[in-house]
Design a protein around this ligand. Structure first.
Ligand code: PMT
Length: 312
């Protein structure tokens, strides 16, 4: 009998641009595998659950993509190659520093004379230059690959395709699963084709449980990789227990727990042996430090320990 996750794949078509993305993933991984690099797959942003095949309405999962986008920048600083699998239009590394009209406000338009030029305002150069330098370094070195999803089903297909390419890296592969993945969905076969009509009265929508992908991911797809998942809760009293349940159940290496309201300055690392907090002080926050800097430094250390322990 097919397992729950296998059944999901057999009843949900891949996204239309799936083959293109699969090719990009394969090419990126093959290129970096040749030079024996460490690589991280970051998932970021929330998945949607469409209510109609021709989707007008959908149920969304909370996540701005800050955690994933900021972490990608820090992993690049630690010399990791990065696959950034993220929700379309959620925050991205580097551009995340310039939200809304901020970037346009930093520019000056000089349209005197025959040619128009655009320059960065002198007092903004110190802000833009270091970010632009890091962006160019990642882009020109081909060190980051951007792949987007929207629905939970897109996410499923792309996550598995990425894992298939990452398997060759064995313990050099790190999975950093920060995306907020829908727990409930409407099976494809039960979804109406067209927009639900209000004239038919309030619809009764029945949701089913989404299969947890951590099980096949850890056991079958990338069994030698270092897998880190995140756990978001709103009730502090259950956070550590839920994180520990997850690590006991899926047998991966690390769960990083966070509470919705305090996620920018406090997380809890839960390993099979222990748990410890990573916290930003008020002064660190005021100085512009981001918790992802410490989270990534800790994860990179644990990944290094994991690799060296395998060698002895
Ligand atoms: O983006 P921000 O606004 O910065 O917020 C960051 C965050 C709070 C979203 C992030 O830090 C976080 O906690 N992400 C995980 C949210 C969560 O609890 O997801 P989950 O309960 O859907 O999944 C828990 C873990 O199981 C995740 O690592 C997920 O990858 C995995 N999972 C989930 C569903 C599923 N079907 N299969 C899975 O394997």
């Amino acid at each position: 009998m097919a397992s729950h996750w296998e059944e999901f794949y057999s009843t949900h078509l891949p996204p239309t641009d799936f083959e293109d993305n699969r090719k990009l993933l394969k090419e990126f991984c093959e290129r970096h595998h040749k030079t024996n690099q460490r690589i991280v797959l970051i998932t970021s942003g929330g998945t949607t659950v469409p209510l109609e095949h021709n989707t007008v309405r959908f149920v969304d999962n909370f996540s701005a993509g800050t955690r994933g986008a900021a972490s990608a920048e820090y992993f690049l600083e630690h010399d990791y190659m990065v696959i950034f699998l993220h929700r379309l239009k959620s925050l991205e590394p580097f551009t995340r520093h310039f939200t809304g009209q901020m970037f346009l406000d930093m520019l000056e338009l000089n349209d005197r004379g025959p040619s128009t030029t655009i320059t960065v305002k002198p007092d903004c150069v110190d802000i833009v230059a270091p970010i632009l330098a890091r962006y160019k370094n990642a882009q020109e070195g081909g060190r980051i690959l951007y792949v987007t999803f929207t629905s939970v089903s897109d996410y499923f297909w792309l996550l598995r395709a990425a894992c298939e390419c990452l398997a060759a890296f064995q313990s050099n592969a790190l999975l950093y699963l920060a995306a907020a993945v829908s727990d409930f969905y409407i099976p494809s076969s039960e979804m109406p084709t067209h927009k639900i009509q209000s004239q038919n009265g309030a619809p009764t929508i029945s949701l089913q449980l989404v299969p947890k992908l951590l099980a096949p991911l850890v056991n079958l797809w990338v069994p030698h990789a270092y897998v880190v998942s995140f756990k978001l809760e709103t009730d502090e009293s259950i956070l550590i227990a839920k994180a520990r349940d997850s690590i006991n159940k899926y047998k991966h290496k690390l769960v990083i727990g966070n509470i919705l309201q305090s996620r920018r300055y406090r997380v809890v690392f839960v390993t099979p042996q222990s748990n410890y907090e990573v916290v930003l002080t008020r002064d660190q926050m005021l100085n512009g430090m981001e918790i992802e800097d410490s989270i990534v430094a800790n994860v990179v250390d644990s990944h290094s320990d994991f690799i060296s322990n395998l060698q002895y």
